[in-house]
Design a protein around this ligand. Structure first.
Ligand SMILES: Cc1ncc(COP(=O)(O)O)c(C=O)c1O
Length: 455
């Protein structure tokens, strides 16, 4: 066994937690017992160490800064490789920041610009929403993973919608050891909160739980109505009367709502301040909102003001989780996003792209409604938003067999979701090709129906 140093022995209390972690946990517990009680074991253990990034940040404006391991000209500018630097067409100061390390929580101006961008108009008061600046992550997946680290963990009950983005099981279940419950999103082909309510009722005891809301949904492409949102908030508040409920709003598809009768903003804003034991967190990203798929810039927004103990402690713990997983977020793509956030053109371009998506959405909706076998071999799940439409296969058809046949015999790729769904991504199909896509799907389902047996 390697020798244990005196300093590392001193750093550990009998509980196994370092003194700084115990101090943070005690501060948090005194300010908000719900949040403190909902932390996972790793969430309780982590704290941002005062090592290199901390010391480098403190020395940022010092006359001599001999802290960080970045290779510069000695005056803060990167010594760059020209083939790389010249490929980034940004103003020199921004280019410099793009090539240097990002602060652990992200560049402050990127965080501030995203905060401004994501805040709904009605909350843009002088006071603003009670949320400190969001933290930058490496895509939304990383944001979800950080929240899973902080509030998931072994034995924690986590409720996810069903069908859902499959990665929740990997993140919460496989990596984190949480018990993942799938709450059905539909009842007889209609969007419903009954499954969520039933799942809550089935989890015994009063330990904290985590709930994932993904609206607009993947794979279903549904966003709830005003009345459904009120009902959802009431269900969550009622659940919070019994136990602490951490709600992760996975807002991957924010803004992609194609029916104007349905609200498009995140449920996060509606859940803020509803109940002390209801802790909403927002995970969002530039991936789909700014079409920056490869940029990997995501954000975590906490439901606490910047000067609150909760914000300070959770930010500290998230810093530690970020530092220990990805080092720091990507600077280059933060600078690209900043250009987008600051440009007056961006909103116009994004709304033009969304109008194009809406066109594809409408074409797919019509093509499916008039497709052979609609209502007999398949039905379309309620859909008004997002990037996908979900077909429920009626009878005992295996979606994986349908996927294989479409791929092998019709050169058509779709996603199979067991036990009985096929997901069609209209976001990545041209408007002209959508009717043919739908016809091919219907054609594969047709013989299944007439033969009255599974493929
Ligand atoms: C529901 C949902 N959440 C999260 C993500 C992950 O987003 P990112 O690519 O930014 O990590 C996706 C990506 O497809 C998604 O569909």
């Amino acid at each position: 066994m390697p020798p244990t140093t005196t300093s590392s022995l001193q750093a550990l209390e009998p509980s196994g937690l370092a003194p700084r972690a115990l101090e943070l946990n005690a501060e948090l517990a005194a300010a908000n017992s719900y949040v403190a009680g909902a932390l996972s074991p790793i969430g309780r253990a982590v704290f941002y160490p005062k090592d290199i990034p901390f010391q480098a940040a403190e020395a940022r404006s010092a006359e001599f800064n001999a802290t960080i391991g970045q290779i510069t000209d000695g005056a803060g500018s990167i010594l760059s490789v020209s083939s790389i630097a010249d490929a980034i067409h940004l103003a020199p100061t921004i280019k410099n920041r793009a090539l240097l390390y990002s602060p652990i929580g992200g560049h402050p101006d990127v965080r501030a610009a995203w905060h401004e961008y994501q805040t709904p108009a009605e909350l843009r008061t002088e006071e603003g929403p009670p949320c400190g600046l969001p933290l930058v992550t490496v895509g939304l997946t990383h944001a979800i993973s950080l929240i899973a680290d902080l509030f998931g963990g072994p034995g924690r009950h986590v409720v996810v919608p069903d069908p859902c983005w499959g990665n929740y099981s990997q993140i919460f279940g496989l990596r984190g050891g949480s018990i993942v419950h799938r709450a059905p999103s539909y009842q007889d082909g209609v969007w419903s909160w009954h499954g969520l309510q039933r799942t809550f009722d089935s989890i015994e005891g009063d330990t904290p739980i985590v709930v994932v809301l993904n609206l607009p949904s993947n794979p279903g492409g549904y966003s709830p109505s005003v009345a459904e949102r009120v009902e959802l908030a009431d269900i969550l508040v009622a659940a919070a009367q019994r136990r602490t409920v951490v709600v992760l709003c996975d807002d991957a598809y924010t803004g992609l709502v194609f029916d104007d009768a349905f609200p498009s903003q995140s449920m996060f804003w509606e859940l803020l301040g509803r109940h002390p034991a209801l802790i909403p967190l927002r995970g969002a990203g530039s991936t789909k909102e700014f079409l920056l798929f490869g940029g990997r810039v995501g954000f975590v927004t906490l439901p606490f003001a910047a000067d609150s103990v909760e914000y300070r402690v959770l930010e500290d713990k998230l810093f530690s989780l970020i530092r220990s997983s990805v080092g720091s977020p990507v600077s280059v793509s933060q600078m690209l996003l900043l250009e987008g956030l600051n440009s007056g053109q961006t909103a116009i371009e994004i709304s033009a792209i969304r109008a194009r998506l809406r066109g594809r959405f409408e074409v797919m909706q019509q093509a499916l409604a008039s497709a052979e076998g609609h209502g007999e071999t398949f039905r379309v799940m309620p859909c008004n938003s997002g990037a996908f439409m979900l077909l429920e296969l009626l009878g005992s058809t295996d979606p994986e067999a349908v996927r294989q046949r479409l791929l092998n015999e019709f050169s058509t790729g779709v996603v199979a979701i067991r036990p009985r769904y096929i997901r069609l991504a209209f976001c990545s199909m041209s408007r002209q090709a959508i009717p043919e896509l739908v016809q091919r799907v219907a054609a594969v389902l047709r013989p299944v129906k007439s033969a009255a047996q599974p493929i």
